[in-house]
Design a protein around this ligand. Structure first.
Ligand SMILES: [Zn+2]
Length: 117
């Protein structure tokens, strides 16, 4: 069974290996979708949504929200960011669940999907 929670955060960036509009400083409202996989536990939950929210906020969202992404990443493309996010989130605080997939939207119609490989 899969369980998903969505997050949004605002951040500024510029791309350092790209020539075009996005090489200039600008901002996005990013959407993040974290999906975990597992079996419901004795409380009939894979993971409490509040516990998942707190975990993702602490490990990822709080570190990036209202930040300049270039302080964290050399070249903050969504491809680079999602690999870092996977690393931050892969050790879930629940033995019955594991990270399944992360989706990260840079705009309403542009996103990347990553499953750890
Ligand atoms: Zn951009």
């Amino acid at each position: 069974m899969l369980l998903t929670k969505e997050f949004t955060f605002d951040a500024a960036h510029f791309l350092t290996k790209y020539h075009g509009k996005c090489e200039n400083l600008h901002g996005h409202t990013y959407k993040l979708q974290v999906t975990i996989e597992g079996k419901p536990d004795h409380e009939d939950m894979i993971m409490d949504f509040i516990e998942l929210k707190d975990f993702v906020n602490k490990k990822v969202v709080d570190k990036l929200d209202h930040s300049s992404l270039n302080d964290t990443f050399d070249n903050p493309s969504v491809e680079v960011m999602v690999v870092w996010m996977w690393d931050q989130l892969k050790d879930l605080p629940k033995a019955n669940a594991k990270l399944h997939e992360i989706k990260l939207w840079e705009t309403a119609t542009s996103f990347v999907t990553y499953a750890g490989n």
